[in-house]
Design a protein around this ligand. Structure first.
Ligand SMILES: *Cc1c(COP(=O)(O)O)cnc(C)c1O
Length: 446
């Protein structure tokens, strides 16, 4: 499989190049040149397969010719090794509602899927070479710990995580600064953009690159636009279907709707790729908070990036979603084609809080703010299309304990912290405090 840039299909690159470069030379994002439907017999018995077996079939199709099935199997066994349950929430008029819990990985957010797969793939590429990697990642919260944990203890790889001091939650800071070994945290006296700027300056610094080259080290990024983070996110859509099929042997006759809480639209893009591979999903919903450039685009046909507005579902506070170009590319820039597969609606913090309370009181289920936005998107769709019998799934992308301050204030009760989180809260924070001065930061790099 080769990978083309969303800006031009003319110069496709290998998987290794796409993964190591993260973005194309023309600043486009990489996409697989072919997305082929999986064979009918795969879907006929999908409910009998494990999550890892399903992931392997999907990966083998998306990466065909780039990496052996045996290597992919090892990568998946080491990265996609936590559960991903589909849970029934309620029966509503016209629909059954389920949630797919994507937060059972080491950092309790769905970004673990992509970060862990990418880390294992990069480590595979380094094997048997003298090459070493230094990964720089700026983070506004969740990405940093997912990336740090994913590369933890990997030979020949070091990671520097830069986060804005005082601007991430206490839990997020503990998660970022207690990983240890080859993972180093930098607490930057500034905001997320300052962190991003330090990373970008380092990437553009030819003297630094030269210095590192003498030690066989190359700089790399763990950016969320990396194709190796995007593609493994399609696995769990297939697994959701497999779990549904076990419960509904006659699933073929149902309309399946999946609502995705969306920020940079990576999760949604992975779902669309699953559909193009033959997964029978009737409709996707891009559920957004007040950062709704994509919702507005589907409504008006005009795409206008906006400044970000802070909300309680902060991992979705994105005014200019970077995977928008991938969605455009998948549909040949035809908005009417996009609209056939994707609907979108956006919600306020007040609505989100109300939904968290309502589902807890009615169904005894605690949603986090991101999952709650997805739930609202699903409910809205069901209300407007009630003539059909539907099965609706909303994706739960983070454990509610990660947003304990918000959720506890709404529900007026404690949210139990999972053991993984409790342990990390006990550890001692280790971070190098730095200013936004690049020269000082540069001297701290190897
Ligand atoms: C990153 C994130 C999202 C948004 O996902 P995109 O792929 O950027 O659309 C949603 N929920 C949580 C908890 C996240 O961390």
């Amino acid at each position: 499989m080769k990978f083309y840039s969303t800006n031009s299909k003319k110069f496709p690159v290998s998987l290794k190049q796409a993964v190591m470069m993260a973005t194309a030379k023309d600043n486009g994002l990489f996409m697989p040149t072919k997305i082929l439907p999986l064979p009918k017999k795969f879907f006929a018995t999908i409910e009998k397969e494990s999550f890892q077996e399903i992931g392997l079939e999907v990966a083998n199709s998306l990466f065909k010719g780039s990496i052996s099935r045996k290597d992919l199997k090892q990568i998946i066994e080491k990265s996609i090794n936590f559960k991903c349950p589909l849970k029934k929430i309620s029966n509503e008029k016209g629909a059954e509602i389920y949630t797919l819990e994507l937060f059972h990985g080491p950092t309790l957010a769905f970004k673990d899927f992509g970060a862990r797969f990418m880390a294992q793939l990069m480590s595979k590429f380094l094997k048997n070479s003298k090459q070493k990697l230094h990964i720089l990642a700026a983070t506004s919260g969740d990405t940093g710990s997912a990336v740090g944990k994913a590369f933890y203890n990997m030979p020949n790889i070091k990671v520097s995580l830069l986060y804005p001091g005082k601007m991430v939650s206490r839990i997020q800071e503990q998660q970022l600064t207690t990983i240890g070994k080859n993972i180093q945290a930098f607490e930057v006296k500034g905001n997320f953009d300052d962190c991003q700027k330090l990373v970008k300056t380092a990437f553009a610094d030819q003297d630094l690159r030269k210095k590192l080259k003498t030690k066989n080290i190359s700089l790399s990024s763990a950016n969320s636009i990396n194709i190796a983070r995007l593609l493994p996110q399609s696995f769990y859509y297939f697994y959701a279907y497999a779990q549904l099929k076990k419960l509904h042997p006659d699933i073929k006759n149902s309309k399946i709707i999946i609502s995705v809480p969306s920020g940079n639209l990576g999760n949604l893009t992975a779902g669309i790729i699953a559909k193009k591979m033959g997964l029978p999903i009737t409709q996707f919903i891009a559920a957004t908070n007040q950062n709704n450039s994509f919702t507005e685009f589907l409504k008006t046909g005009n795409y206008k990036p906006k400044n970000t507005i802070p909300t309680i579902s902060n991992a979705m506070d994105v005014g200019n979603p970077n995977n928008f170009v991938r969605i455009q590319s998948l549909y040949g820039n035809k908005i009417n084609e996009i609209k056939k597969d994707i609907s979108s609606s956006s919600f306020t913090d007040i609505e989100t809080k109300r939904a968290i309370k309502e589902i807890y009181e009615k169904n005894n289920y605690i949603m986090d703010p991101h999952g709650a936005v997805a739930y609202l998107g699903l409910k809205d769709y069901i209300k407007n299309n009630s003539s059909q019998k539907m099965i609706g799934i909303f994706l739960e992308t983070a454990h509610p304990a990660k947003f304990a301050d918000i959720v506890e204030a709404i529900l007026k009760r404690k949210v139990e912290l999972p053991t993984k989180l409790k342990n990390c809260l006990k550890k001692k924070k280790t971070a190098k405090k730095i200013s936004t001065n690049y020269e000082v930061f540069e001297r701290l790099l190897p």
